[in-house]
Design a protein around this ligand. Structure first.
Ligand SMILES: [Zn+2]
Length: 454
């Protein structure tokens, strides 16, 4: 069926998919892998990029799991497009978890180059809250074909995936999938092999292991088809990392995705406290306004303010030792707080901290009564009338002053990030600072970038 593709002009064709999975299984990246398999085997297509795995605003309440959408981008003869569309729809409908009430799949098809307004829309879906109506409007305006199922919420992410061309910083993830008969059973991935891989590929792969707990982070825990995912800076290091992983079950297939994971792309824009709304990602320059407080459950709460208002920020229990840093903050400290706005009861909300940067620590002083000049003992204040008296020798001083001493802060300026197990997919980890990339004009695909056992 692909023979006719040799003739005629080729055009770019972009496919976006979102919200096909549920907590009970499925995975949008797996559907993408199945579509790629079909495209490779049955169609004459040229991939113009790795499939893109686009993580969207992680704070939205209606997300299924990681809030990830996928785009597949090919160069293809125009007369194949209808057939490709049919194949995509077929694969999505074969694998999506449509019976789950929270799963509202969406597909987007775009012919030609990505229009700038669609790129802007994608950034908005990553950094803000977008309603379905806005997605429908933009699709109509830009001639993007959309297919939505049930509540159609997936069209937002499907469009955003097509529009997010990852021109700024980006990373890669190699996702390996399980044979169908193993779905839902415990994953058999040797933890020692993961630790070895982590050591051997550092710093070019990231978030493989959480060393504070010893937990392996490359394997998910749900019934979805993913066996493991290795995140890293380039496709070559992922292929190399793959060789270290020992599994007790076969790998059905793997695909390398280019992605905004580990880039902080949701935390680019500074906001004022007065602008914060529920579910918004935020980065705010703030002054610590209260002593941090530990509340039930081990969460640490601290009040922040800027010139527009004040808000509570929280480091929750899963952020582990990060909470100890937050506890050491003092009123007057200048920080940059990164996080997501989380609604509380009523109209209140807090910032769920994802990382902080301490810009300037406030100086902290203690004042003490003066020492007795005669015997060296610390004197006692005579109260409001003024003056001090030595309890030991009885000396009285009327005009002595308190000793003021600066206390050394048990904290340094700099960046503080919770342990990897508490990261969002989008969170940039420590080791990626300084490794940021900028996309060159075209992406050259490194072979092999996929593997299908059948
Ligand atoms: Zn004395």
């Amino acid at each position: 069926m692909s023979k006719i593709s040799h003739f005629g002009p080729k055009i770019e064709f972009h496919i976006g998919i979102d919200d096909t999975d549920s907590v009970r299984g499925g995975c949008t990246t797996y559907i993408a892998a199945q579509i790629i398999r079909k495209l490779v085997k049955e169609f004459e297509v040229e991939f113009i990029d790795y499939p893109n795995l686009i993580r969207l605003n992680p704070n939205v309440p209606y997300k299924t799991r990681g809030n990830g959408a996928v785009a597949i981008r090919v160069l293809v003869n125009e007369n194949l497009i209808e057939e490709i569309k049919r194949t995509v729809i077929q694969e999505v409908e074969k694998w999506f978890m449509i019976e789950d009430e929270k799963t509202n799949p969406g597909i987007a098809f775009l012919r030609g180059k990505i229009p700038t307004p669609l790129k802007c829309f994608a950034k908005k879906v990553i950094r803000d809250i977008v309603e379905i109506e806005e997605a429908e409007r933009i699709a109509k305006m830009l001639n993007v074909e959309i297919i939505g199922y049930k509540e159609r919420r997936g069209i937002i992410g499907a469009l955003a995936a097509v529009g997010e061309t990852l021109d700024g910083d980006y990373t890669y993830e190699l996702l390996a999938y399980r044979k169908r008969e193993n779905w839902g059973t415990p994953r058999r991935v040797d933890p020692q092999s993961v630790m070895l891989m982590d050591r051997e590929t550092f710093p070019l792969t990231f978030n493989n292991v959480d060393y504070e707990t010893g937990r392996i982070l490359i394997t998910p825990h749900g019934p979805d088809p993913v066996l493991f995912g290795i995140r890293g800076e380039n496709p070559r290091v992922l292929i190399e990392a793959l060789k270290y992983i020992k599994t007790g079950e076969p790998i059905a297939c793997w695909v390398i995705f280019r992605t905004n994971q580990g880039t902080d792309d949701h935390l680019i824009v500074y906001r004022k406290i007065s602008e914060l709304r529920p579910y918004l990602p935020c980065k705010i320059k703030a002054i610590v306004d209260s002593k941090p407080e530990v509340i039930e459950g081990g969460h640490v709460i601290v009040r922040l303010r800027d010139e527009t208002g004040a808000i509570d920020a929280a480091a929750y229990e899963p952020t582990g030792d990060f909470r100890k840093i937050i506890q050491k903050l003092e009123p007057g400290d200048e920080i940059i707080a990164y996080g997501g706005v989380r609604p509380l009861n009523g109209s209140k909300f807090t910032v769920n901290l994802e990382k902080i940067e301490i810009v300037k620590l406030a100086r902290k002083f203690i004042s003490r009564n003066p020492k007795c000049p005669k015997c060296g003992k610390r004197m006692k204040s005579l109260g409001r009338s003024g003056g001090y008296r030595c309890k030991k020798c009885g000396l009285k001083l009327v005009d002595a002053e308190k000793e003021v001493e600066e206390i050394k802060r048990d904290l340094k300026d700099g960046l503080y990030i919770p342990p990897p197990r508490a990261h969002r997919h989008l969170t940039k980890p420590y080791q990626r600072y300084g490794l940021e990339k900028k996309r060159k004009e075209t992406i050259k695909l490194h072979e092999p970038w996929y593997y299908f056992s059948e």
